[in-house]
Structures are given as structure tokens and as C-alpha cells.
Ligand binder design. Structure first.
Ligand code: FE
Length: 352
């Protein structure tokens, strides 16, 4: 009897996934008896993804149509997927890890779970500051962390930098997402890289002093709090602003790109790496190269209202409408390296 394959099941609860992973890893979904498969059929690429199914399935389906290579995937949060890869070691079924935030990608690479790639295609498609120096992972889309403010209570002329949100005039007017999520940790890491620990800690303490309400569970809740009048402004990834406007086009909110007189807007990436113990590393690398190509970039970024990493690809119209802005050119790998320092600073500053 063929054993069940976890990649036939999508976004299952973690315990169910674990059980499936333990029961069998390599049998094909559509071919109960793999030995009857034609020898010429290309082997599948198997992906662990913390990027949601609706953002990846259209791309993977198209890749299969264009190349004949099946892509199997399972989705979960980043931390359990990385822990799973570590626990499975050489027995992992995953050829690739797709996740969000350089902090998570760096963490996986730092644990030795990914392998370095030698690819002129990736070098050409992805600017160096959006991939690991050893190409153990490569950014595939860019997310910008912006200020979103109430157009009723804030004038854009009042806004300038992330650090300025620590100023006294924002007392009781700021909402922030919890620091337990990697996004603001990476923002703080970028501030440490630019301004040092002491100056950054003073800013984070100022943010905490200015909070109108305890940190909120996610970026969308933070914007809803602004809409509800709990606070006047917040800091979110731009695609959450896009989603909110899609559902509520009349929301009296606007986006502001901070730090334009200085280092630029804090950006981060979603990205992918080939696992150290991949059974199909060539297939995984080919998929990664395709995802970084102009053919795939517009949809990969556009489905989540993000920015393409490939400079040859324009963002979709909704995203382009938010205007052009300078991005912080820091290698996003640094955000991973500084993650632990950022978390210690955040704890000291009392940002929960
Ligand atoms: Fe997100």
C-alpha cells in the first residue's frame, strides 16, 4: 500500500502535518505506485512554505504547466517549518524553504539548513543586498514598512522618520504591532545598523512612552485602531495597507514613506533557499531561478501587493500608485545578524 504523502495536503494543522510527515515522505500524490511512472517524468520539487497557499499556488501551477515539473508544498508558520527542517535533518522531504523576513531566512541558514547556490541567473535577477552573500537564500519579493496615518488627525508634513515617532508630540497617539513578530524586530535591527544601540534604544523607549494602547497582535489591527480613533498613526507593511483599502476603499488612512531624507524606507524580503539535504536540489534551484525571473516576478510580488526584487519588473498598479520612494540599501542579511541584539534592546525598552 502506498503511504500518505504530506505534500498532498495543504495547510493542515501542525499535529496532523507532523503525523503525516512521520508516516511517509516520498510517495507521489497522483501516482500511487511511483515505480509505474514513466522514467522520463521530471521529479517533483517539494517546498515548505510559510507564504500562504493563495500566494504561491498560482505560481507553482504555472511553473508545472510550463515545465512539466510538479511542485508539492505544505504551508505552516515560519518557526515550526524551520524547527521541522532541523528535526528532520537528512531525512527531510523538503527541497526548498520559502518564508518571509530576512530574520527567518537568516535563522534557517545559520542553523545550516540551507545550501549555497552557484547561479549566474540569481545573481543577474536579484540585487546583492536582497540575498545572502553565500546565496543560501534569495529574496523574491520586497515588503516596505511604512507609516500609516489618519488623514483626519495627521498632516503628512508632520511626518518624517521612524525615530520621530518617539517625539513628545505623538504621546498617546501611536499604535504598534507586538514586538513578538519578526517585522518590528527587523525594523529595530535596521535602526541599530544605522544609528547604533544607544540611539535606537532611546527611540524604542520613546515609542513605548507614546503608545495609545498596548501593542496589537498584527498590522491590520493596528490600522483598525487608527480608524477607530484609538490612535493616530502606526507602522505596517505596505501590503496590509493595500489589503485594508481593498476591503474598505473609503478608509480615512494614508501611507507615508519615512526616512526619505536619510537612509530610506525599511524594507525586508520574502525569499527562498534550497535545503541542505534536498533530494532534488537542481529542480529546487531551477524553480527559484524561475521565480526570480521577470516571467514570474510580477505575479509573485503582485499577488501580495509587494515589490518585485527583480529590477526589470514593475510593481502592479495598486502598489505603484503609492508612489516611488528610496529604500534602505542595507543588505537584508544584516537584519538577521542583528536580530538577537534587537530582541535584547526591545526587551530592555519594555516594548512587548
Ligand atoms: Fe505579513
Amino acid at each position: 500500500m502506498p503511504r500518505p504523502n504530506p505534500f498532498c495536503h495543504l495547510a493542515l494543522p501542525r499535529l496532523a502535518l507532523t503525523a503525516l510527515l512521520l508516516t511517509g515522505l516520498t510517495t507521489a500524490c497522483s501516482r500511487p505506485d511511483p515505480e509505474t511512472a514513466a522514467d522520463s517524468a521530471p521529479p517533483p520539487v517539494r517546498v515548505y512554505s510559510s507564504r500562504a497557499e493563495h500566494l504561491i499556488k498560482p505560481l507553482f501551477d504555472r511553473y508545472t504547466r510550463e515545465t512539466g515539473v510538479p511542485v508539492r508544498y505544505l504551508t505552516d508558520q515560519a518557526a515550526p517549518l524551520i524547527a521541522r527542517l532541523a528535526a528532520e535533518g537528512a531525512n527531510t522531504a523538503a527541497d526548498a524553504l520559502l518564508t518571509v523576513d530576512a530574520g527567518n531566512l537568516w535563522h534557517a541558514a545559520h542553523q545550516g539548513l540551507l545550501q549555497s547556490l552557484d547561479s549566474a541567473i540569481l545573481d543577474a535577477n536579484v540585487p546583492a543586498h536582497w540575498r545572502a552573500a553565500d546565496r543560501s537564500w534569495v529574496g523574491l519579493s520586497v515588503r516596505a514598512r511604512a507609516i500609516v496615518y489618519s488623514t483626519e488627525r495627521v498632516a503628512p508634513a508632520e511626518l518624517s522618520t521612524y525615530a520621530d515617532l518617539a517625539a513628545d508630540r505623538w504621546q498617546g497617539r501611536l499604535c504598534l504591532r507586538t514586538s513578538k513578530k519578526v517585522y518590528n524586530r527587523s525594523l529595530v535591527a535596521s535602526m541599530i545598523a544605522a544609528d547604533g544601540v544607544a540611539a535606537t534604544e532611546a527611540v524604542v523607549r520613546g515609542w513605548v512612552a507614546n503608545l495609545a494602547t498596548p501593542p496589537l497582535s498584527n498590522d491590520t489591527r493596528a490600522m483598525q485602531a487608527v480608524l477607530a480613533g484609538v490612535c493616530d498613526l502606526t507602522v505596517v507593511n505596505s501590503y496590509y495597507f493595500g489589503r485594508l483599502l481593498q476591503e474598505n476603499p473609503d478608509a480615512l488612512l494614508a501611507i507615508f514613506w519615512p526616512n526619505q531624507g536619510g537612509r530610506g524606507v525599511h524594507v525586508n524580503v520574502s525569499g527562498m533557499g534550497v535545503t541542505r539535504h534536498a533530494r532534488n536540489p537542481a529542480g529546487a534551484q531551477a524553480l527559484l531561478e524561475w521565480l526570480s525571473s521577470p516571467a514570474a516576478q510580477r505575479d509573485f510580488a503582485g499577488l501580495n501587493k509587494e515589490y518585485p526584487v527583480n529590477p526589470a519588473t514593475r510593481p502592479v498598479a495598486t502598489v505603484a500608485a503609492w508612489g516611488e520612494f528610496a529604500m534602505d540599501p542595507i543588505p537584508v542579511e544584516r537584519l538577521g545578524e542583528l536580530q538577537a541584539e534587537a530582541v535584547r534592546l526591545i526587551d530592555r525598552a519594555g516594548y512587548r
